[in-house]
Design a protein around this ligand. Structure first.
Ligand code: FMN
Length: 209
């Protein structure tokens, strides 16, 4: 599959066949993730593949429990419907044979060394620069998704589960200075999915001459 076709074919896949992935395929996805651009080539990432079904189920239960506890303000029908939807999209990894956890550590920018004298903090500067650390992680995640697609797998980028980040981090072996940034569910798609509707080029592009 060439790159254009891979990009065109990628779709968020949320239902998977139970078959496991060869470890070499997972490693290849992560190798390609590591080739992504990152701020000052800082490569703030680390990846952990979870293939243990009990651990994946446990993660799912933890996320569901957290959501039930958090979104308890509205007990009416509408509230219940929203909660069910949020729970669903936050736990779509439950039947995936692999969940890849993406860890991110803080970025030590060159400018950080003179920030204090200028009355600025790392966080303020990072915000002004529109979070180059998180943008870098996004590039690596997209590489995993495209690699998975080109190898015949389906995947879904996951941040909904981060409502339970603090509870999930020990299970995933995340240690300071790293934080859990996102997860990616990967596996053979259960069904083939139609292309998602995307905005037409004219509405997302303009040229300034
Ligand atoms: C940063 C980010 C976080 C996402 N988190 C979730 C998630 O927690 N659960 C989920 O089901 N989909 C999640 N998605 C997938 C989006 O819903 C999906 O990309 C979008 O609906 C477009 O569909 P497509 O990927 O098939 O083009 C996430 C996507 C991105 C980029």
């Amino acid at each position: 599959m060439d790159l254009k076709e891979t990009i065109e074919r990628r779709r968020s896949v949320r239902h998977f066949k139970p078959e496991s992935l060869p470890l070499d395929d997972i490693k290849e996805m992560v190798r390609l993730a590591g080739l992504a651009p990152s701020i000052n080539n800082a490569q703030l990432w680390k990846f952990t593949a979870v293939t243990n079904k009990d651990i994946i189920n446990n993660m799912s239960n933890i996320v569901n429990g957290k959501i039930s506890g958090m979104l308890n303000a509205q007990e009416d029908k509408k509230g219940e419907k929203v909660k069910t939807t949020v729970s669903h999209f936050s736990t779509v990894f439950t039947d995936a044979p692999v969940v890849i956890a993406v860890q991110m550590k803080p970025y030590d920018a060159i400018v950080d060394t003179i920030l204090e004298a200028s009355g600025l903090s790392h966080d303020a500067m990072n915000k002004m620069r529109n979070y180059p650390d998180i943008q870098s992680i996004g590039a690596a995640i997209e590489n995993i998704m495209l690699a998975a697609t080109s190898m015949g797998y389906g995947c879904c980028w996951l941040t909904g589960l981060l409502v339970a980040r603090e509870e999930l981090e020990p299970i995933l072996g995340v240690q300071e200075p790293y934080k859990l940034a996102a997860c990616i569910a990967v596996g053979k798609p259960l069904e083939s999915l139609p292309a998602r509707e995307k905005l037409p080029l004219e509405s997302i592009f303009e040229v300034i001459e």
